[in-house]
Design a protein around this ligand. Structure first.
Ligand code: 3PG
Length: 396
């Protein structure tokens, strides 16, 4: 694999670098609740600043589709980034542009000194961003001398700041993007046995990966709401549990003459809520009032030896409603099993917003080989889908 690394840019001093990052972080009541993506962008930002580049940082937040929504402004992120950089001995003030392109932004860019950083406003306030519009990309590109993509998490999108912009500037990969691609490549070409663990709800973004894993992996362990569709397709009562039509159709593909394919391992017991009552049940005893909220202890016993024999593990999607205590056991247990096996014995990769939150809750995140900043992009990359953000900077 060849990667055009940011480290191969010559004479960074005085160069204006347009750096695409993913600062699409979760907020609650105006406060950032998880800054993992911001922290993971620091190596590239600091590398550029230390080498005297003039750094223009760009990101999206949410999906405002060309409409200026104050609640999706990047201004709180500018404050958070300043705090983080200052705590790491960066002495200058970072600047924040109230727009993405236009005269005011150009003025701020012109006044930017070597080793200084300017954060642009939310890229998706401009309609051209999500449309991958050439003329918007060209205007954006005119602000800098070189382009660096460090936003692996958005690299599955055909959008101006990750795709069209590369037509107009010499383009490079940031250090985080490099790490993401190298770490995930070990799942694309895995040491066997490869075990894939898939959970969460809707199948739409996960389907290509499950299809791929089903061919490539020794086992695919299914949990979370995703499993409910397999139960239903096999003829079990699922009560009021979460089901969706597309996932149900998808599940049926793996069932032949009433039996699930051998590689796909489904839960054998589940935690259910019925009114205020929480109980553990084998599948055969589920009734119309039950709502499945987690995998059961016998399923954890079934999954454990499979995870323990893996040489490569990929996990996306929680096993249940892990945010609430009575239904957190399955997700926490799976997370701990992966952590216990990773860093040494197996190559363990975890990705997806909720899954990352879950692994952090186990307090064992440090034992995982790679925690991806990406959700959808990771699924697309591992599923072999097009990655417009990687063209010209990553090749096989
Ligand atoms: C993510 O959070 O997965 C990325 O920032 C991509 O966001 P998007 O799904 O809105 O393109």
């Amino acid at each position: 694999m060849k990667i055009k690394s940011v480290k191969s840019i010559r004479n960074l001093r005085g160069k204006t670098v347009l750096l695409r990052v993913d600062f699409n972080v979760p907020f609650k009541k105006g406060k950032i609740t998880e800054d993992y993506k911001i922290r993971m962008s620091l190596p590239t930002i600091e590398y550029l600043l230390k080498n005297g580049a003039r750094v223009i940082v760009m990101s999206h937040l949410g999906s405002p589709k060309g409409i200026i929504k104050p609640e999706l402004s990047l201004s709180p992120i500018a404050k958070s980034l300043q705090k983080i950089l200052t705590a790491r001995a960066y002495k200058k003030k970072i600047k924040f542009a109230p727009g993405v392109i236009g005269v005011k932004v150009e003025e701020l860019v012109n006044n930017l000194k070597n080793g200084e950083l300017l954060l642009l406003e939310n890229l998706r306030f401009e309609i051209g961003e999500e449309k991958n519009d050439n003329s918007f990309a060209k205007k954006l590109a005119s602000l800098g001398d070189v382009y660096v993509n460090d936003a692996f998490a958005v690299s599955h999108r055909d959008q101006a700041s990750v795709s069209a912009i590369k037509k107009f500037l010499p383009s490079y990969a940031g250090l985080l993007l490099e790490d993401e691609v190298k770490s995930l490549a070990k799942v694309v070409k895995p040491k066997q046995p490869l075990v894939a663990i898939m959970g969460g709800a809707k199948v739409d973004t996960k389907a290509p990966l499950i299809e791929k894993m089903h061919k490539k992996a020794a086992f695919v362990l299914i949990g979370g709401a995703l499993a409910n569709n397999f139960f239903k397709a096999l003829g079990y009562e699922v009560g009021t549990s979460l089901i969706d039509e597309a996932s149900l159709v998808f599940a049926k593909k793996f069932i032949h003459r009433g039996k699930i394919e051998a590689k796909i391992i489904l839960p054998i017991d589940v935690v259910v809520k019925s009114g205020n009552k929480v109980s553990v049940k084998p599948l055969a005893l589920l009734n119309k009032k039950d709502c499945i909220v987690d995998i059961g202890p016998k399923t954890v016993e079934l999954f454990a030896p499979i995870i323990k024999q893996a040489a490569t593990i990929i996990w996306n999607g929680p096993m249940g409603c892990f945010e609430e205590k009575p239904s957190s056991f399955g997700t926490m247990a799976v997370g701990r099993l992966i952590a216990a096996r990773s860093k040494g014995v197996a190559w363990g990769v975890v990705g997806g917003g909720e899954t990352v939150e879950a692994i952090q809750k186990t307090k064992m995140a440090e034992y995982i080989d790679w925690i991806s900043t990406a959700g959808g992009a990771m699924l697309s990359y591992l599923g072999g889908e097009k990655m417009p953000g990687l063209t010209k900077i990553v090749s096989k």
